[in-house]
Design a protein around this ligand. Structure first.
Ligand code: FES
Length: 135
C-alpha cells in the first residue's frame, strides 16, 4: 500500500540530518514558519528558530545550531544553551525558559511537520511577540 506524504509539510529527508541539525522554512506567505530540526540519538526534534529571550534566529551563522561537541543547541547571538531533546535553556540570558517545540512525524524516511501544527499561525506568531500556541 502506498503511503501519501503531504509535500507542503515535508521538512527534509531523515538522512539529511546526519550532520546534526538544519533550518527549514515552510509556507510561502509573508510570515512563513521558520524552524529547525535536530537529531537526538535515533529521534528527531523540531523547534521554532527563535531564541526565547530576544527573538533572534538561533543560527547567526546559517545552519549552525549546535555547540562544537554537538551536545547542545546554542544561540549564535548571545550564547544561550539548550538541551536538544527538550529545548530547555540550561545557561545564558534565557536560562529556565524553553524553545517552542514543533511536533514532527517521520514517514518513509522523511521528516514532516505534524498534521496537528498550524504552520501559518506559528509563522505569524513568530514574527514579533510571543509565539503562537501549538494547540
Ligand atoms: S537571542 Fe539567543 S541568547 Fe540572545
Amino acid at each position: 500500500m502506498a503511503v501519501e506524504l503531504d509535500v507542503e509539510r515535508v521538512i527534509c529527508r531523515l538522512a539529511d540530518l546526519e550532520g546534526g541539525a538544519r533550518a527549514f522554512t515552510l509556507g510561502g506567505a509573508d510570515w512563513p514558519l521558520r524552524g529547525f530540526v535536530v537529531k537526538v540519538g535515533d529521534a528527531v526534534r523540531g523547534y521554532l528558530n527563535r531564541c526565547p529571550h530576544a527573538g533572534h534566529p538561533l543560527d547567526l551563522l546559517p545552519q549552525r545550531f549546535l555547540t562544537a561537541d554537538g551536545a547542545l543547541i546554542v544561540c549564535g547571538s548571545h550564547g544561550a544553551l539548550f538541551e536538544k531533546g527538550t529545548g530547555y535553556c540550561v545557561a545564558g540570558p534565557c536560562a529556565g525558559r524553553s524553545l517552542t517545540a514543533l511536533p514532527l512525524e517521520v514517514r518513509c524516511g522523511f521528516v514532516l511537520l505534524a498534521d496537528s501544527v498550524d504552520a501559518a499561525a506559528l509563522g505569524a506568531g513568530g514574527r514579533g511577540g510571543e509565539p503562537a500556541s501549538l494547540e
